[in-house]
Design a protein around this ligand. Structure first.
Ligand code: ADP
Ligand code: MG
Length: 263
């Protein structure tokens, strides 16, 4: 675990799933990430907090190569994203393998509207992984059961509530057998009564040992289910701590001001 400075040059621990070092990113004149470094161990649940516009989504997207970075490195499972061992740009096939190691769930569910829940979940393994259709559908059924939707396999997204759609989206990401799951405000678009059914799935995944980085402002969840809280502001990781420590005793003035607004 490190934020920045000398620690970021130390070799990663063997159980390190994500190793982001000194990641910088600008959009034109706007600098959004300033030397962000974060290491996530296997099985760890990291919660990312921070004001709107602080760079949380952009950072999460760099971990999945949805956002190219200007400088720094991001390694997932020990492999630097986008590059080969000799430092040259990775071929498309290798990029696809690297991308598959991270599952991503967004605020909006992005399901295929013309496919049933089952087909939404089975499509990736069939079309991207080249897995047999019957096997993919069996697995999709198991995953839908895991997220509490065993009785909705034949429903279309339009026939499901927001909370149910988000759980299908989680099952769909899991179907690709990722090493780590990234969640970008997974409950922000949901009506309040549906937030818990999604958070319960995250708790279950944690119990199963899934490594997760979650951007969320659900404080009850953060306290109960996160191993570490990372607080970002203006493109910098300002502080990180265990949730109990962070919420009881934030070290920075910026974190205190942020918590005063949302608690
Ligand atoms: P957060 O998720 O913490 O709210 P974001 O990572 O979405 O923050 O955004 C950080 C900053 O980068 C914001 O000022 C946002 O407007 C800007 N930004 C994000 N994506 C783009 C983009 N594709 N082009 C230009 N500016 C962007
Ligand atoms: Mg965001």
């Amino acid at each position: 675990m490190s934020t920045s400075g000398t620690a970021s040059t130390a070799p990663a621990q063997p159980d390190c799933i994500v190793d982001a070092r000194d990641v910088c990113k600008s959009f034109g004149p706007l600098t959004v990430l300033r030397e962000v470094s974060l290491q996530v161990r296997r099985g760890e649940v990291v919660l990312v907090l921070g004001p709107s516009g602080s760079g949380k989504s952009t950072f999460l997207r760099t971990l999945n190569m949805l956002e190219p970075i200007d400088s720094g490195t991001v390694s997932v499972c020990g492999e630097p994203l986008g590059t080969r061992a000799d430092g040259r740009r990775a071929a498309e096939k290798q990029l696809a393998v690297q991308r598959r190691r991270t599952g991503m769930v967004f605020q909006q569910f992005h399901l295929f509207p013309n496919m049933t829940a089952l087909d939404n979940v089975a499509a990736g393994p069939v079309h991207v992984r080249g897995q047999a259709k019957a096997e993919s559908r069996d697995e999709a059924r198991e995953l839908l059961a895991l997220v509490g939707l065993a009785d909705k396999t034949d429903h279309y997204p339009g026939q499901l509530s927001g909370g149910q759609q988000q759980r299908v989206a989680i099952a769909r990401a899991l179907a690709m057998r990722p090493e780590i799951m990234l969640f970008d405000e997974p409950t922000s678009a949901l009506d309040p009564e549906m937030v818990n059914e999604v958070l319960e799935v995250l708790v279950k995944l944690r119990e199963e040992g899934m490594t997760m980085v979650i951007v969320s402002h659900e404080m009850g969840f953060a306290r109960a289910a996160a191993d570490r809280v990372v607080f970002m502001d203006e493109g910098v990781i300002v502080e990180e701590a265990a949730p109990s420590e962070f919420f009881a005793n934030p070290r920075s003035e910026r974190a205190r001001a942020f918590l005063a607004k949302i608690l």
